[in-house]
Design a protein around this ligand. Sequence first.
Ligand code: PGA
Length: 269
Amino acid sequence: MKRKKIIVGNWKMHLNVHQSSVLLHQLNQHIKAYRNVEVVLAPSMLSLQPLSLQIDRRKFRLAAQNAYYIDEGAFTGEVSFSMLRDIVHYVIIGHSERRLYFHEDLPLIRDKVASAVRNEIIPIICVGETKREYEAHETKRVVHDQLTTAISNLTSREIETLVIAYEPVWAISNGSNFAKHVIAKPDQVAEVAAYIREIIESLYGKVAAELVRILYGGSSNAENAYSYLSIPGIDGLLPGGASLNYSEFSGIIAAAERVEALTMKEATK
Ligand code: PGA
């Protein structure tokens, strides 16, 4: 079964509405509509609505970076998945910055995943170990706990559409240093991606494991994108810092297209 490559630009808390619109305009000029690569942009909550009016839907899809799991009520400052359902295709859930700075725990992430799915928004679930956990060889335990809790309220059918991003926390840049930050080795990424598929298969069966898309995130850029995207079992990238620069981001999309073209060529040999 063929999984479509997907590149998700996580703009984090960068760019006001005007700057977001300028970046989208630049991306629009540099990125073609690719049949085999899905390009997703995750701007700030404030920019989602205006960008949804500006966006060329043949080329781009939108993702939210967060939302609240209850549909409506007295929750000052929050935006719910039900409010976003006509605006975004995807939502990033469980990003390490939200776990760390906003104290999102496993049950909250599980509830957000279920709420997104209920509102027909596809979750991009982020999992990954901290530096301390990595050094203590706890990567698999952490990924296992984060993943199994996050998806525990879903059916196998719902799991099939999911996107899971493996993001070792120690490899995530602070935005400006993405090009020279410590990066994860492809072997390690391959091992964790295979482990994630193993977990899905054991809990939800072979079909779900084959269909779920797994991304890598952490200091990915135009230079290293091709090698990460060539890792067996990796279906895309979740760049942060590099997604704020149109030429870096377009370079990542071009790398995804090259990997896809090569795979197609090999399949028809
Ligand atoms: P980075 O961020 O590419 O700047 O390391 C990735 C992420 O946090 O999703």
